[in-house]
Design a binder for this molecule. Structure first.
Ligand SMILES: Cc1cc2nc3c(=O)[nH]c(=O)nc-3n(C[C@H](O)[C@H](O)[C@H](O)COP(=O)(O)OP(=O)(O)OC[C@H]3O[C@@H](n4cnc5c(N)ncnc54)[C@H](O)[C@@H]3O)c2cc1C
Ligand SMILES: *[C@@H]1O[C@H](CO)[C@@H](O)[C@H](O)[C@H]1NC(C)=O
Ligand SMILES: *[C@@H]1O[C@H](CO)[C@@H](O)[C@H](O)[C@H]1NC(C)=O
Length: 452
């Protein structure tokens, strides 16, 4: 309850900009506790959201408004690898670092997932989940082979492609609207003996519009070039208000192959860069890209926070970004002044991408045709500035129908706009029908939930 001494710290979301106050925070230890809590909330007419890692950009695990029931899964910390099947049983509150650490330590296993150790499986895996193994192995979501879910009527089900397949489909894209996943079953792979990490830190990209635009257009050409790019490579571009412009990623192949086949083509015609190409073991790679000293995260008392506004653009593969859009982006970024922002442009598509080999029948996830996914991020109250990044690009390329990425959820969209951008009409309609059947009272709710 709000008067308990632990309440203030438990209620504090990752994004301090949106500090919603749940009416009650439930700390279940068993599935039955979760079931009882959901039944209780439904009877009282209180909305419910699960909290896993708590990293929602919109503080939706705190409800997206005051007065909800938050079901905090911090006691659901199982990570158990079955070495025969490679399937890991993972509690709904496990953070990505502990998952990556646990399966590797138990049996040299690996998964494709995001890089930040503190992010939770509950949000990340159910809304996509991108990392530099994703073009090879798929989104984090694609590896879920089963889920134990507490539904709005308090029933606990095991959902999979053969049991409750509709709910299983919906959990992969819209879990927060359908229940509380207490346990995930995740298909892992054998970790590669080594992986090639690379980074090109460019200088002078912002000096001229022509350089800024042509650099990206060249990288985009390479990204679509099947004689250079296959499933084994992923990369993203990071740029910020300090003038940083760097391309980094991972290659499931040797340093030699990277240096002879990929690197020269990527760097051809581009301004000079400080180049790092390094072979490393899988575990060292996870630590490297985490940006932390360790990927292990304490099971309780997590206390990292930011204050930010971020949103996304998904760019269809058929369109890419045009020179008009890049020129407009350049002009707009020049107006930043002292605003602190960064943009990450990750490669999802291109030849051989495992992400785009699936469709919307596999999961309630509508971005399988994206070439790039942009994350536009501003610190503090940079809402107008970040909205302007999106507008600059979108207005300069009106012929393209852009979408948005569920894991970078943007609370400034009204529900209808969010549904259109995140799911599109076909997927949303199917979700809405299912929502009426499984959760007719909208027990599971946030401002952009299915049916909201
Ligand atoms: C520092 C940082 C780095 C990031 N890096 C990446 C990255 O590399 N790649 C990438 O793709 N994304 C990345 N993200 C985005 C991240 O994937 C999303 O913010 C993700 O949704 C957070 O998951 P969570 O469990 O921590 O969030 P939460 O806030 O706990 O949950 C998010 C939403 O999912 C729901 N939910 C959570 N758990 C469950 C459950 N068990 N059952 C049902 N619903 C549930 C919540 O109710 C809420 O609506 C990053 C975010 C941050 C802050
Ligand atoms: C694709 O890459 C090869 C190098 O492997 C290069 O010779 C060719 O010009 C590239 N194609 C395009 C369209 O850029
Ligand atoms: C709870 O809802 C599920 C999904 O709609 C349904 O299959 C199940 O029979 C319901 N359980 C009860 C006890 O009504």
């Amino acid at each position: 309850m709000t008067t308990d001494t632990e309440y203030p710290e438990l209620a504090e979301p990752y994004n301090l900009r949106l500090p919603y106050k749940p009416a009650v925070i439930v700390l279940p230890i068993t599935n039955q506790h979760v079931q009882d809590a959901v039944v209780c909330a439904a009877q009282a007419g209180v909305k419910v959201q699960a909290k896993s890692g708590g990293h929602s950009y919109a503080s939706f695990s705190s409800g997206g408004k005051d007065g909800i029931m938050q079901i905090n899964l911090q006691s659901f910390q199982t990570v158990q690898l079955n070495e025969n099947s490679g399937v890991a049983t993972v509690g709904g509150g496990v953070r990505l670092g502990n998952l990556g650490d646990g399966i590797f330590t138990q049996g040299n296993a690996a998964v494709a997932q995001g890089t930040c150790p503190g992010v939770g499986i509950g949000g990340h895996y159910t809304h996509g989940g991108y990392g530099h193994a994703s073009r090879n192995w798929g989104l984090a979501m694609d590896q879920i082979v089963g889920a134990e879910v507490v539904l709005a009527n308090g029933t606990l089900i095991k959902a999979s492609s053969t049991q409750y397949p509709d709910i299983f489909w919906a959990v992969k894209g819209a879990a927060e609207s359908f229940g509380v996943v207490t346990t995930f079953y995740v298909q892992t792979r054998a970790a590669p003996a080594s992986i090639t990490y690379f980074q090109f830190a460019f200088t002078g990209i912002f000096n001229f519009k022509r350089v800024f635009t042509n650099t990206f257009l060249h990288i985009q050409d390479v990204a679509k070039n099947a004689s250079v790019i296959d499933n084994r490579i992923s990369f993203g571009i990071y740029l910020d208000n300090w003038g940083t412009y760097s391309l980094s990623g991972a290659f499931f192949g040797s340093v030699n192959e990277f240096n002879t086949k990929v690197k020269p083509e990527l760097l051809r015609t581009l301004p000079s860069a400080q180049v790092t190409v390094q072979s490393m073991g899988w575990y060292d790679y996870m630590v490297k890209v985490s940006g932390e000293a360790t990927i292990k995260v304490p099971l309780t008392g997590y206390d990292e926070h930011e204050n930010f506004f971020a949103k996304s653009i998904t760019v269809p593969e058929s369109a890419g970004l045009t020179s008009n859009a890049l020129n407009a982006l350049y002009d707009y970024l020049k107006t930043a002044g002292s605003t602190q922002y960064y943009i990450i442009i990750n490669l999802y598509g291109g030849p051989g991408s495992a992400i785009n080999s699936k469709d919307t029948n596999f999961a309630a996830y509508n971005d399988r045709d994206s070439l790039w996914v942009l994350q536009n991020y501003g610190f503090g109250s940079a809402i107008n500035f970040v909205n302007g990044i999106n507008s600059a690009i979108i207005n300069a390329q009106p012929q393209t129908s852009f979408g948005a990425y569920l894991n970078y959820v943007d609370p400034t969209y009204d529900a209808a706009t969010a549904h259109e951008l995140y799911y599109g009409d076909a997927v949303y309609s199917r979700l809405a029908v299912l929502k009426k059947q499984v959760d007719p009272q909208s027990v599971f709710w946030n401002p952009q939930a299915i049916g909201a």
